[in-house]
Design a protein around this ligand. Sequence first.
Ligand code: GLV
Ligand code: MN
Length: 226
Amino acid sequence: MEYSKILAALFINTLLVVAPLVVMATDPDPLQDFCVADLNGVPSVNGYPCQPSSSAGDEFLFSSRVTKGGDPTLNPNGSNVTELDVNEWPGLNTLGVSMNRVDFAPGGTNPPHIHPRATEVGLVTRGELLVGIIGSLDSGNRYYSKVVRAGETFVIPRGLMHFQFNVGKDEATMVVSFNSQNPGIIFAPLTMFGSSPPIPTPVLAKALRVDAEVVDLIKSKFTGGY
Ligand code: GLV
Ligand code: MN
């Protein structure tokens, strides 16, 4: 076979392998009405095993966990996240959705972070939050932002860096939903400066274009995690 034909065949083969993965970019569809997670079971590749339906009862469809938030002033970020993913609400297992409630003290922030497995849609329920989203290099690293007020909504495309910051005088609260039962979270400051074991200081000094002392100072702020 000619060289160009071999290349074309390789290209088509690669597409055939990759295309189904692109279609499966979010949580897989369930194959039953529900599959209440057996949190003590050994997780399989995609989620927890199901409890027998006879032992699940009715309550798995309901949760009152986000009726109350935590005290945002207890955290150095000035925010408190009440998670409601499959680990707190086993009824979400295989359903491809989850939620968070986040409470903010005045000046508090939910620091820049990424959800590797989900798009996020949020509703501010009290106060006013500056919501910032940074596009990928495709967008020229564009920073999109708006002050979002009670009753207003926002959306964060999967994998994009974003934050919320309370710009009001009073506490603020938002409730967000994800199109994954386990969206995951990668906090930018903690990832760079609080990993375990740490990223070597010369790597960060070079990447950030600062002296090693600056890196070590920032690292010292993240020894306790978040
Ligand atoms: C908000 O961005 C959240 O992930 O809870
Ligand atoms: Mn988020």
